[in-house]
Structures are given as structure tokens and as C-alpha cells.
Write a protein that binds this ligand. Structure first.
Ligand SMILES: NC(=O)C1=CN([C@@H]2O[C@H](COP(=O)(O)OP(=O)(O)OC[C@H]3O[C@@H](n4cnc5c(N)ncnc54)[C@H](OP(=O)(O)O)[C@@H]3O)[C@@H](O)[C@H]2O)C=CC1
Ligand SMILES: O=C(O)C1=N[C@H](C(=O)O)C[C@H](O)C1
Length: 267
């Protein structure tokens, strides 16, 4: 297999630094550059934590990176506005994006889908790369056919910028596709403190917990007459996401379509 030439945006981040490790430790992957708005012109080996990673240049912008190196795939782990710009630009340069960044709008996803169709290029956006989390979403979707009383509780570290999490939104979308619609809770319920019932999505409620010590966790609660069902997934570190990132990079090289969600590429 030819090696896949990869650029990573956000290499100093919690996820980006783990992705640098995964890519440089994978035989058929080659890290050819990174995008870091704060270290233009440096080498990755100049940065603490990356001293052993040689010959990887840093560019401040995606444009400069794509004009300077030849590459196949962009892995983006930044912020929603930056990630959207990176994905759109990568596709314009015929580079396939694998995006873990969350917080994209429906319009963002539709735009990327449109560009992929025009360019006949693959792009994978996955709100959660942990295989266990993908199963949690799929199991929740299965359960939502039979239990339409549902509450989602997602719990994350307190440095997270977006709420609800991308995973919670994706889970709610997957369940809404099969669930008989129901407005959750009592028809006359009133919040005495704003937000007490969480965010509302298609009649379901999503509760976002932020605490130091947590990494990424989600519980989907189903209720029915005399019974409840809880489906829970926990990520205790960022390495838990990397097998999914690796699969996404391998898959995006063989695809010429837009994919939203890792569940759509797993056997
Ligand atoms: N799909 C999945 O499985 C997962 C997705 N995520 C998502 O991934 C994203 C990143 O999460 P996390 O790693 O925890 O966040 P971090 O804040 O740790 O990392 C984001 C990084 O992006 C950098 N950055 C910001 N702007 C730019 C830019 N213009 N160019 C290059 N780098 C830039 C930041 O640098 P600086 O701080 O110096 O500005 C920072 O190092 C989030 O959206 C999160 O929700 C997280 C975990 C799993
Ligand atoms: O910011 C995080 O940490 C995570 N973000 C993703 C999300 O928003 O769902 C995936 C995972 O939950 C970790």
C-alpha cells in the first residue's frame, strides 16, 4: 500500500497531539506538515512534546500548507469555524478531509456534501471516532424504535467549547429518524429556572454536564411503563478515538462521497 500523506490541523490540541502520535506511529501513514496558526515557519520538532518528530514543517494557514506540500488527507481537530474553512479549502485543493471537530451546522454539512459531489472527492465528518461511542449511538437508535421516551445526558471535561456535544446531537438525529415523535415530559411542565429541562431536539431533551476530571461520556436513558433502559459509553482518554481516526483516513482514500458519522463506514 502506498503511504497516505497527511496534514493535521490543531497539532497542539488534546486530540491533535494524539493524532500526531497515531499518524507517526502508523507504518502506511506519513505526516507531511501541520497547520498551527501560532507557529508559522517552525518545525514540529521545535515544539515541546514533539522533539522526536523530525522533518514536519508548520504553516500558519491551510492555504499556505496546501500550496507548500503534496498531501492526500487533512485531519482537522480545531474549532468549528476554523474546521469548516479547513475542510472547504482542502476539498478545493483535491485533498480529502477527515474531520473530528464538532459544532458544524446543518448548512455546513450540506455545503461540504455539495462540494464533494462537484469534486467527486471523499470527506468524512465524525462527531465521535470512538468505536464504543458509535455502538452506543447505534444501540440507542435500535432502542428508540421501541422506547420513545428518551433523555440524553452527555458529560465532558470543562474545557469543551460546544454544548451540546456533537455526539449528543448525532445520537438525537439518529434516534429521531426512527422514533415515533413525542414531546418529552408533562405537557404543562414549566421551568422555574431557565434550562432546567436541558436543550430540546425533536421532543427529546439533552443535558450537558461539564466537570474537570471527565473526558467524554454519554448516557441515553429510555423510560417506559415500569422499566428504564440506560445505554452508556465512556472515553477515559483521547487514545480511545484514534482507531476510528485511522479507519476514517484509510476509508476516505477509497471514497468519493461525503460521509457524516463513522457508523456509515464501519462494516
Ligand atoms: N470526533 C471525535 O471523536 C472528537 C472530537 N473532538 C472535537 O475536536 C475538537 C478539538 O478538541 P480538543 O482537541 O479537545 O480541543 P483543543 O482546544 O485541545 O484543541 C484545538 C486546537 O486547535 C488549535 N487551533 C485553533 N485555531 C487554529 C487554527 N486556525 N489553525 C490551527 N490550529 C488551530 C488550538 O490552538 P490554540 O489553543 O493555541 O488556539 C488548539 O491547539 C473539538 O471540536 C472537539 O469537540 C474531541 C474529541 C473527540
Ligand atoms: O470535546 C470533546 O472532548 C469531545 N467532543 C466530541 C463531541 O462533541 O461529541 C466527541 C467526544 O464526545 C469528545
Amino acid at each position: 500500500m502506498n503511504s497516505v500523506k497527511i496534514i493535521i490541523a490543531g497539532p497542539r490540541g488534546r486530540m491533535g497531539s494524539e493524532a500526531v502520535k497515531m499518524v507517526t506511529n502508523t507504518e502506511h501513514f506519513e505526516l507531511v506538515a501541520v497547520v498551527d496558526h501560532k507557529h508559522d515557519g517552525h518545525m514540529l520538532s521545535d515544539i515541546d512534546g514533539f522533539h522526536s518528530i523530525k522533518n514536519v514543517p508548520i504553516y500558519a494557514t491551510i492555504e499556505k500548507t496546501l500550496q507548500s506540500v503534496e498531501c492526500d488527507v487533512l485531519i482537522d481537530l480545531t474549532t468549528p469555524e476554523v474546521g469548516m474553512h479547513h475542510a472547504r479549502t482542502a476539498l478545493q485543493y483535491n485533498v480529502r478531509p477527515v474531520v473530528g471537530t464538532t459544532g458544524f451546522t446543518k448548512a455546513d454539512l450540506e455545503e461540504l456534501d455539495r462540494i464533494c459531489q462537484e469534486k467527486k472527492l471523499g470527506c468524512i465528518i465524525a462527531p465521535n471516532f470512538a468505536l464504543g461511542a458509535v455502538l452506543m449511538m447505534k444501540f440507542s437508535q435500535m432502542a428508540a424504535k421501541y422506547f420513545n421516551d428518551i433523555e440524553i445526558i452527555e458529560l465532558h471535561h470543562d474545557q469543551k467549547l460546544d454544548a451540546p456535544s456533537g455526539t449528543a446531537v448525532k445520537t438525537a438525529e439518529m434516534m429521531a429518524a426512527v422514533r415515533e415523535f413525542k414531546e418529552q415530559g408533562h405537557p404543562d411542565e414549566k421551568e422555574t429556572i431557565n434550562g432546567a429541562r436541558g436543550a430540546e431536539f425533536n421532543g427529546m431533551h439533552i443535558h450537558s454536564v461539564r466537570l474537570p476530571g471527565l473526558v467524554a461520556h454519554q448516557q441515553v436513558l429510555f423510560g417506559s411503563d415500569g422499566q428504564t433502559l440506560s445505554i452508556r459509553h465512556d472515553s477515559y482518554n483521547r487514545a480511545s478515538f484514534m482507531s476510528g481516526v485511522k479507519i476514517a483516513v484509510e476509508t476516505v482514500m477509497k471514497q468519493d462521497i461525503f460521509v457524516y458519522g463513522l457508523e456509515n463506514i464501519l462494516e
